[in-house]
Design a protein around this ligand. Structure first.
Ligand code: NAP
Length: 163
């Protein structure tokens, strides 16, 4: 099973502000949907609550330390390892880790692939993507999008794989 991280970060490495993603990029959301469709999507409890619902067509797994946490329409796991074991036990071929920062930090050392949207702007954020490892990954796909009526900022969709 491939373990993939999927993230959008602005030029300063920010990924969130006050519990939300502080930009609107329709084409990035479309690529996110196409890429994760049919797969397990693993998120931290705060990201789950920020999304506010189970995304259709994906098996969402919410990671929390709370023993009795209930996430309607999603599975609950108590560690990233448990979430990955659950996905693997169901025959998943590529499990996606969709953040936030706490979950990315744990997932990055074991990620085989990264779908990394680079937002070409400086946007105020209070949550940073915890990644310094560009040199250990090679780019296998790159698509550039201008700012327009669909996308608030220009961005680059990059897919990276561990060397
Ligand atoms: N731009 C992007 O691509 C992107 C993607 C995702 C999220 N975000 C943004 O990132 C921010 C949220 O990130 P965050 O780092 O604050 O929160 P988070 O990673 O979504 O969730 C943190 C929570 O996950 C649980 N958790 C973390 N590590 C755990 C472990 N080892 N074992 C069990 N449970 C664990 C804990 O839940 P409990 O407290 O319930 O125990 C913890 O409070 C938001 O602003 C969101 O919009 C951005």
């Amino acid at each position: 099973m491939i373990v993939s991280v999927i993230v959008a970060a602005e030029e300063g490495g920010g990924i969130g502000y006050q519990g939300r993603v502080p930009w609107k990029l329709k084409d990035d959301l479309k690529l996110f949907k196409e890429t994760t469709m049919g797969h397990h999507l693993i998120v931290g409890r705060k990201t789950w609550e920020s999304i506010g619902r189970a995304l259709p067509g994906r098996t969402m797994v919410v990671i929390t330390r709370q023993p009795d946490y209930v996430a309607e329409g999603a599975e609950v796991a108590h560690s990233l390892s448990d979430a990955l074991v659950l996905a693997q036990s169901r025959g998943e071929t590529e499990a996606f880790v969709g953040g936030g920062a706490e979950i990315y930090a744990e997932a990055l050392p074991r990620a085989d692939r990264m779908y990394y949207t680079r937002v070409l702007a400086r946007v105020r954020c209070d949550t940073l993507f915890p990644w310094q490892g560009e040199l250990t990954m090679r780019e296998i796909e790159r698509r550039e999008f201008p700012a327009d009526d669909r996308n608030e900022y220009a961005f680059i969709w990059r897919v990276l794989e561990r060397r």
